[in-house]
Design a binder for this molecule. Structure first.
Ligand code: AMP
Length: 598
């Protein structure tokens, strides 16, 4: 179905938000100029903008286009570190207009948590409102292709993290935590006519294992009403069903008796869950029978077998979530995997208008009212090194372009100017323009920009690592083993330095197969710098380390203990964090070195 046909079949409410979006998409360039004007009008009195734009700017005297040019020529591109001193003062209680005219009362933790260091960004009412808006918009397009029953339920694996106060008394936590606690989250359920199975006390429970147990139990209790299963990032769904494989008997016991396992120790969570439960022996027997069958088939199609009315699975499945797709498809069986929208703690960016597209093809259409977006063109530089071999250097950047000037097929880094006080802020994501929907670019998410593995002249990205692991783990298909999760490290302490890739695997694989996997991964890193250095021996053979079962769970717990949330957790694909490296070292049970380059 094409987008226009989908829109034609919409209900009044859905049609309203679709029409709004079509209008802004049609005039995306103009809307962007107006969005920037609005941001400057609201915040030109702030310390940050006064520093760059001067204290005597009269916004009303300038045409929107002239204001846009002035802004771009006066305010520099910046990264988180440039905003950090300002944000720190806000966190410490300075209420003067530093980044925004309105005082910031809440701070969010952005994906800096994956580097082991929390990155604060301001969170305002606008953040929750835009979340509600993109969720309603995405739901409107989705319901045309995959209609769901009004009043149905969502099996939602969502989690809040610990909220705490900064030195200056501001509430701090992850963006999803703030959102789940907001009025907008309740409004979303009402306006999309679909309600999460779990009460708020389960979402807000501080222990993700207890919350997962209750999400699963209530999901089973309401199994016939569940219309779809979801989480913010796909990792949480895969984790939840991996736990289900271990917990199902206990869950069936609770379902039968209307009881709650003693593993739930939070009194609030216990009370809230018990209010939703009553003994249901017939459902428990039915679920138990299905689970016994599923156990025999390695839990394939678990979701549609236990939730017979589920229409699809909905989550972020792109980027660093791609390695979990295989497992997700295994649990999902014939159910379509629908990709959730593209955004970050800093700002929402694009909506998925084509829910029927599989994760491998999905694009995100930029919403031009959410922030002012700039696109920094990235070109791959080929340069001659001393040995006259062509090595691929890091990206070369072109001049930042407004949304209306991007080119199909070109890759860009996104920079954001937001209503929450970030100005020309490099997000660090690489996207490619796949086309346009009316005047708004459709983006494919490529990867995080930061190079993750480098020993000397080599430059390997998260994407390169992902491809290498896909190739290496492909050889495991001969066995009954599979890679549960992975990470990596460039070991520079050893001479020569080399890449170390850590795998946790489920099932048994012979050493010979793992040796072959290690070789395959070494050969798969295609960066010229890597290939040349491996050939000359200035980078040593890649090392594959096999970890004991449960290692990545320990890593997750380490991050959650440091303020990350299960809802936004992304396994660090490369680490230099000493605590993590110690965990990885302690949990290594086997190690192999590649023979790929002789
Ligand atoms: P966080 O700071 O935890 O909100 O994470 C935001 C980051 O997650 C983004 O900058 C992206 O790198 C990644 N991300 C968010 N949405 C998507 C998506 N739909 N596809 C791929 N990556 C995504």
């Amino acid at each position: 179905m094409i987008i226009e046909e989908a829109a034609a079949a919409a209900t009044v409410e859905d049609q309203e938000i679709i029409s709004w979006f079509e209008g802004v998409a049609e005039n995306a360039g103009l809307v962007q100029t107006q969005t920037l004007r609005r941001i400057i009008e609201l915040n030109h009195g702030t310390e940050y903008l006064q520093k760059w734009l001067g204290g005597d700017l009269r916004v009303q005297d300038l045409e929107p286009g002239a204001l846009e040019s002035l802004f771009i020529s006066s305010v520099p591109l910046a990264c988180h570190a440039d905003h950090e001193p300002y944000i720190q003062r806000i966190a410490d209680g300075d209420t003067s207009p530093i980044l925004t005219q309105e005082p910031v009362t809440t701070l969010s933790l952005s994906s800096g948590t994956t580097d082991g260091r929390p990155k604060y960004v301001p969170f305002t009412r606008f953040s929750s409102q835009s979340t509600l808006q993109i969720f309603r918009l995405g739901a409107a397009y989705r319901s045309k292709v995959f209609p769901i029953r009004a009043g149905g339920r969502i099996l939602e694996f969502i989690y809040s993290s610990k909220q705490f106060k900064t030195k200056g008394g501001l509430a701090a936590g992850t963006a999803t935590t703030h959102y789940f606690a907001s009025e907008e989250f309740k409004t979303k359920q009402k306006s999309t006519k679909c309600f999460t199975c779990s009460p708020y006390e389960v979402i807000a429970g501080a222990d993700y294992k207890q919350s997962t147990y209750c999400h699963l139990l209530l999901g089973l209790a309401f199994c016939d009403q569940v219309e779809f299963a979801t989480s913010t990032f796909a990792y949480s769904i895969v984790q939840a069903f991996a736990s289900f494989e271990e917990l199902w008997e206990e869950l069936c016991g609770d379902l039968r008796g209307g009881t709650l396992s003693p593993r739930i120790t939070s009194p609030e969570m216990r009370r809230a869950v018990m209010d939703c439960l009553s003994p249901n022996p017939s459902l428990a027997s039915k679920v138990e029978k299905k689970c016994r069958e599923l156990e025999g088939s390695d839990w394939g199609s678990l979701i549609p077998k236990l939730w017979p009315n589920a229409k699809y699975i909905y989550s972020i499945m792109t980027g660093s979530m791609q390695p979990y797709l295989k497992k997700l498809r295994h649990y999902a069986g014939y159910l379509p995997l629908v990709c959730a929208d593209y955004g970050s703690t800093e700002s929402w960016i694009g909506v998925n208008l084509e829910p029927y597209d599989p994760p491998e093809r999905v694009t995100f259409t930029v919403i031009p009212t959410f922030s002012y977006f700039e696109f920094i063109p990235l070109y791959t530089r080929n340069k001659q090194d001393n040995s006259n071999l062509v090595v691929t250097d890091d990206f070369v950047e072109g001049e930042p372009l407004p949304l209306s000037q991007v080119k199909v097929g070109q890759q860009y880094e996104i920079a954001l100017t937001t209503f929450t006080g970030l100005y020309r802020y490099r997000l660090g994501d690489v996207v490619e323009v796949a086309g346009f929907y009316k005047g708004a670019p459709k983006l494919t998410f490529i990867c995080r920009r930061k190079l993750i593995l480098t020993v000397n002249i080599d430059k390997s990205t998260e994407r390169d690592l992902q491809i290498a692991v896909e190739k290496g783990s492909g050889l495991l298909s001969q066995t009954r083993a599979e890679v549960v999760d992975f990470t990596s490290h460039a070991d520079l302490a050893a001479h020569p330095g080399h890449y170390v890739i850590y795998w946790e695997i489920k099932g048994e694989a012979a050493d010979g197969v793992l040796e072959a996997c290690c070789r395959e991964m070494d050969a798969a890193f295609a960066d010229h710098g890597y290939v040349v250095s491996r050939k000359t021996g200035s980078i040593g053979p890649l090392e594959l380390r096999i970890l004991e079962s449960g290692t990545f769970r320990k890593i997750l717990e380490y991050y959650i203990g440091n303020g990350a949330t299960m809802s936004q957790f992304k396994t660090p694909r490369c680490t230099t964090n000493q605590v993590l490296l110690k965990i990885l070292d302690r949990c290594t049970v086997k190690s192999f070195r590649s023979t790929a380059y002789g």
